[in-house]
Design a protein. Structure first.
Length: 51
């Protein structure tokens, strides 16, 4: 991330995944420090199916 900040600046957006239920409660969150890193799809589906 430090190398990317030097190249892209301090305001670079990082990948994130959020699952928010109908009441506005965050049920899952995952923040990545690497641009190509994404959450496991099976993990996300499990959270969504359990809402």
């Amino acid at each position: 991330p430090d190398e990317q900040r030097k190249e892209y600046g301090e305001d670079t957006l990082w990948p994130a995944a959020l699952v928010i239920d109908a009441d506005g409660i965050i049920r899952f969150s995952e923040l990545s420090k690497f641009l190509l890193d994404r959450p496991n799809p099976e993990k996300l589906l499990k959270v969504v199916k359990n809402l």
